[in-house]
Design a protein around this ligand. Sequence first.
Ligand SMILES: *Cc1c(COP(=O)(O)O)cnc(C)c1O
Length: 383
Amino acid sequence: MTTPARSPHRAWIEIDHATLASNLAVIRQLAGPERQVIAVVKANGYGHGAIEVSRTLAAHGVERLAVATVGEGVALREAGISGPIVVLWGIGEPEAPIAMAADLELTVYDQAGIELAERAAAAAGKRAALHLKLDTGLGRQGSDPGDAIELAVRVARSRDLHLAATFSHLAVPGQDDAYTDVQLLRLAQALDGMRSAGVDPGLVHVAASGGLLAGIGGFADAVRPGLALYGLVPAWAGETDHGLRPILSLKALPLRIFELPAGDAIGYGLRFRTTQATRIATLGIGYGDGWPRIHANNGSVLVHGERRPIVGAISMDGLTVDLGETHDVTYDDEFVLIGEQMSARITADEVAGERRTINYEVTTALRDRLPRLHLPEVIAGAG
Ligand SMILES: *Cc1c(COP(=O)(O)O)cnc(C)c1O
């Protein structure tokens, strides 16, 4: 049998940039008009495509972008994105000159980091913009709040450095108010101390998506969401409709449609056996694309607006779907792994449940091998 002509893509991602822009508008509304938005586009924009997402956000006036690593910031600069970009994690010595050359803002939280930034700034003949990160209770990265004043004074006194911002990150926003209040109090006290010492802490930012949805951090000048931009919310916030809509769909066309008699088995390990004659569709997406093996006989896809089960093992490059009664599926019919089709919908949250993980990991896991179609066309040259 010859294989019919089809789309050039076995499986692909579609990103809805109009909805991205409306998510940004919802975030602005939640944050309040006086607050800036620092858009977090680390890990390839949570798998959505950092460059294209950043262009759209910049074209819609986002004040600053945030990444996790110097490499991510450099990639945005190489794509022509020119606004402020902050690296949210501390950096190592070899990265400092690269960060300076790319005009990235750096996160610092100790004397060693400040000195590293100072040396690199002096060598580059530039003034480094620093964000002082306080560990107020996440227990991950940041200065002890008790050291914040000394560090801020150190930055303020250097001719090669500029304290652009002071920030912290919350462990349980919307989930444990008492703990969050302690974190916020530690930050507020450090800010008071800096101001009393005559140091301007710069832009104050604390709330990521969780904090934003919980209405936390009224004293801050900016919010710092990632997840919410992509139209997803933390699991605890899932009950409320905030007006945020997912912007990512994951689709595929069938590579093969075939009949299987009752009692036959398919895939590595023969992990699925038919109880009656059925039709199977093979899709060209597997764990090499970021669709993990835990989906063996676990999860579903949409075709003709109906849910059909994933059956058998997930291979590196493919998976199989039991079409059951959906007999008229053709090689032109789109399958949806994440997204909407007619009135049916599969969310990243549903997929996360099947994997015992969180929605963040579902989109971030999607590999570069999957082409990303950015719709409508990204505004050329913006940002
Ligand atoms: C990843 C990250 C964010 C974004 O968090 P979301 O929950 O996706 O909004 C904000 N701030 C810091 C420091 C981060 O590491």
